[in-house]
Design a protein around this ligand. Structure first.
Ligand code: ATR
Length: 339
């Protein structure tokens, strides 16, 4: 297999593989953590085949620790390691924290867990709507100056937050959900990123696995798989949404690829500033995702695919919680901040 092509992400010099590896499902949210030796073998397989952009977070169970172990023995230097902070659990409840004390403490903890001196790309995982983004960015900027992180990213911020953050220190990447059935970022977020020279990292490019198996996905989920709570995968919406999958599947059959590959190829066709990070826990699926990079789509095929999955063809929100702290969040003005 040829090594993956590389691309510049953002305008500050970060170079990554044109497809990354989402590592969340190895340790959290998608059923029980997967066996460590298998996941380390998968990560090594990814790196050896040119998938060097690895995506984790301090909110993904012990995933950072797993990556720290996997990257021993000369592997760390070969990868671009992305992690995230801000999502914390207090008394069983989720909270978002972007205050400077938390930014620093979270980074120090992640560095230890990842067993590294520096995180290549450090994202604000979700936006703290109580803290002006300038305040969060001020501390991140200090971490860059201290060499603890190299580049800064944001996830699920709105356009105004992206602009304000970028004015404090250049933002290298914005990570948002982007797939055939999650296209709401295209109106404001994508144009803002392009204007500011910020790279775009689509998460869940396979619709959390929906574009691999459609409604059958739900049959194979274990009890503690978070996807059971996703509105689009609820019984009341699933039959309707499966129609979208069936259309994609038919087109994939004609094209001689799998539906997940077609869905991923569509994301790759969104621009050379776009670097999707499909998540997988299986080497065979990773190989298929790598192969999807070579699939060429004609403008006609792209239009046809988009017509199947238009906003009114899909039922249910894209997140279990569409609370204001999760999606396209804004922050208060800097003048309101009291130390
Ligand atoms: P997320 O970003 O939330 O991880 P995603 O990338 O859209 O979501 O999809 C991840 C899901 O798609 C995982 O459940 C993964 O299952 P495995 O861990 O069993 O691979 C599934 N998936 C990824 N690549 C796949 C492929 N090529 N064929 C089938 N399923 C795949």
């Amino acid at each position: 297999m040829a090594l993956l092509r590389r691309m510049k992400l953002g305008s500050q010099g970060l170079e990554v593989s044109a497809q990354g590896l989402g590592c969340m499902g190895m340790s959290a949210f998608y059923g029980p953590p997967k066996p460590e030796p298998d996941m380390i073998a998968l990560i090594h397989h990814a790196i050896n085949n040119g998938v060097t952009f690895l995506d984790t977070s301090d909110a993904y169970g012990d995933n950072e620790i797993l990556l720290g172990k996997a990257l021993k023995g000369g592997m760390r230097e070969k990868v671009q390691l992305a992690s995230k902070f801000a999502v914390v659990h207090v008394d069983g409840k989720m909270e978002i924290r972007g205050d400077p004390a938390h930014v620093r403490a979270a980074c120090e903890t992640s560095l230890k867990r990842l067993d590294t001196d520096c995180i290549d790309l450090y994202y604000v995982h979700r936006i703290d709507t109580r803290v002006p983004i300038e305040v969060t960015m001020g501390e991140l900027k200090k971490l860059v100056e201290e060499g603890k992180i190299k580049y800064i990213g944001l996830s699920e911020a709105n356009a105004s937050t992206i602009r304000r953050a970028h004015a404090v220190h250049p933002i290298t990447a914005v990570q948002n959900e982007w797939s055939l059935w999650a296209r709401d970022l295209e109106t404001e977020i994508v144009p803002t990123c392009r204007e500011l020279g910020i790279g775009i990292v689509p998460y869940s490019p396979l619709g959390r696995g929906f574009f691999a198996s459609g409604a059958k996905l739900i049959e194979n989920l274990t009890d503690n798989d978070n996807r059971k709570n996703f509105p689009r995968l609820q019984a009341k919406n699933l039959e309707h949404n499966n129609y979208v999958f069936e259309r994609v599947n038919e087109m994939a059959t004609k094209k001689g690829c799998s539906p997940s590959q077609l869905a991923l190829a569509w994301v790759h066709h969104q621009g050379n500033d776009v670097c999707p990070i499909p998540g997988t826990t299986k080497i065979e699926n990773l190989n298929k995702n790598i192969a999807a990079l070579s699939i060429k789509l004609t403008p006609k095929e792209i239009t046809e695919l988009e017509s199947f999955a238009s906003a009114d063809a899909v039922k249910g929100d894209r997140h279990a919680s569409m609370a204001s702290t999760w999606i396209y969040s804004d922050t208060p003005p800097l003048s309101s901040w009291k130390e």
